[in-house]
Design a protein around this ligand. Structure first.
Ligand SMILES: [Zn+2]
Length: 260
């Protein structure tokens, strides 16, 4: 039996008022979850339950705060490369475009974390519950201990006149617990790797929930198992259902500003 490290997901809903605006939209369709993938959903004000997804036709930018990722500059650079490699895998699975926008000193935290993200749609940051300036209220807990990481998204919905309500995810975050860095091997491959942790939390930021199948990256604990690099087959099915094949969502600029 290998290491079991708890990781958590979080979702956050925010409404946005709309007046006098016509937005073309493809509403998400509620999908039954299976044991190998599970899609996050949101309930619109009219009662419809829809899949919570990004507009897959926009470029999604991300920044990385690697300050606490490792002890040396070259190791921190390797951590950033792992983040980039994880997004490359997410892009392949979703058909979406992710663009690295550089490093940041930002630490996602607080109930309005998404409003702080004005230079990149997604921020990936290593945090430390015991270090001033690096604490994040978003880092999940399992009992009395903190999880290895948490990923989440912010979703807003809107309507105009008699048009139906629609919604879209517009911001995401990944916080990784630097106190548990030593539990993870850099890169991707077999065992408990930083790459797999990143894939899991990025999966949450894109709209994947936990699953019961231990073979999948979205299983709620990282298992020290032999895996090939990248998402599992169920994870990829879920990501396909969140991605480009589902069509664009036209998101009004007042709801989510496109930062690409
Ligand atoms: Zn999780």
């Amino acid at each position: 039996m290998g290491t079991r490290t708890w990781i958590a997901g979080i979702a956050l809903v925010a409404t946005a008022a709309a007046t006098g605006l016509t937005a073309l939209a493809v509403a998400g369709t509620a999908e039954a979850s299976s044991s190998s993938y599970s899609l996050a959903t949101q309930t619109l004000p009219d009662g419809r339950r829809v899949v919570a997804r990004w507009n897959p036709c926009q470029t999604i930018t991300y920044k990385v705060n690697p300050t606490l990722a490792a002890g040396t500059a070259s190791q921190r650079s390797a951590a950033v490369r792992d983040v980039q490699a994880a997004f490359t895998r997410a892009a392949a699975a979703t058909g979406m475009t992710f663009r690295y926008a550089g490093t940041t000193t930002q630490v996602p935290t607080g109930s309005t974390w998404y409003a702080q993200q004005t230079t990149a749609e997604i921020v990936v940051a290593w945090v430390n519950p015991a270090k001033t300036g690096y604490k994040s209220s978003l880092l999940g807990r399992s009992g009395t201990s903190y999880t290895a990481g948490t990923g989440g998204y912010a979703y807003k919905f809107w309507k105009s006149g008699s048009a139906p309500w629609t919604g879209a995810t517009g911001r995401g975050f990944v916080v990784l617990n630097a106190q548990q860095n030593s539990k993870f091997t850099a890169g991707f491959g077999t065992g408990s790797t930083r790459g797999e942790l990143l894939l899991h939390e990025i999966g949450h930021s894109l709209g994947l929930n936990h699953v019961g199948a231990t073979s999948q990256t979205m299983y709620p604990t990282i298992l020290s198992r032999s895996t090939t690099a990248g998402y599992g087959s169920g994870d990829r099915t879920g990501l396909t259902k969140l991605g480009a094949t589902q069509g664009c969502i036209s998101v009004p600029g007042f709801v989510w500003s496109d930062l690409s």
